[in-house]
Design a protein around this ligand. Structure first.
Ligand code: CA
Length: 233
């Protein structure tokens, strides 16, 4: 295996750009299995020492880091996705892309619906947690931060009727919990469309905090989100 791997490096070796080339996903996938075999039979130290002269430590380091993460997962008891779960997850992402024209997959379980608006498909076997990225505000389909997550960075008034979940349901009338991680104390407000009065009714405000449940009165009613707002005095 070692001979085969080094021969492969020689074949693709371009001193001026090998590091960049290594970082391309295709290359990473091709060498991943070989690296794991080598590390398994010779140990990490041997492998790094052998490859440092080739000036590809950066690319190899990334792969080793990923392998290290995988080991940590097994040590902490966090379950890695099975092949079936990966297929199921990608199926949901594919459905989300189909239901939201113009959207783009940005990693294994997230879809950028538009610039500054992302939908997250929960990883199989994980439980909801207030995990909104800094400077974003997140809304969850279910109580306790479970289900699909809609996260918003772009400031403005966002009609939830424009975005759909992987199963095709629109995001309006779905929100049950939230985590506001915007900066500088910014809040977000949730509104319901009052069809009888033809107006937006204010439902609740998200302070810089999180809430596992919006309450029976407001559950599954939000149609519009306004973020980047200053909290009323
Ligand atoms: Ca509503």
């Amino acid at each position: 295996m070692k001979t085969k791997l080094l021969a492969y490096f020689d074949k693709v070796h371009r001193p001026e750009n090998l590091t960049c080339y290594l970082k391309e996903n295709l290359m990473r996938n091709v060498i991943r299995e070989s690296i794991l075999h080598l590390v398994g039979s010779h140990g990490r130290a041997f492998f790094l020492a052998a490859l440092m002269p080739l000036s590809i430590a950066s690319g190899v380091g990334d792969v080793l880091a990923e392998q290290g993460d995988a080991m940590e997962d097994s040590m902490t008891g966090e379950r890695l996705l099975t092949d079936d779960e990966r297929v199921e997850l990608q199926g949901q992402v594919d459905s989300a892309l189909k239901n939201n024209p113009g959207a783009a997959q940005i990693n294994q379980n997230q879809i950028e619906l538009q610039e500054g608006v992302v939908m997250t498909v929960p990883l199989p076997g994980t439980r909801g947690t207030p995990d909104c990225p800094y400077e974003w505000v997140c809304f969850y389909e279910h109580q306790n931060y479970d289900g699909y997550r809609l996260e918003i960075y772009k400031c403005g008034q966002h009609d939830l009727f424009q975005w759909r979940m992987p199963d095709g349901r629109f995001w309006n009338d779905k929100i049950s919990s939230w985590h506001n991680h915007q900066s500088d104390g910014a809040v977000a407000s949730a509104y319901n469309w009052n069809d009888r009065l033809r107006q937006w009714d204010h439902l609740f405000i998200t302070h810089p905090a999180y809430d596992e449940y919006v309450g029976d009165r407001d559950n599954d009613r939000t149609d519009l989100i306004g973020n980047c707002e200053v909290e009323p005095g």
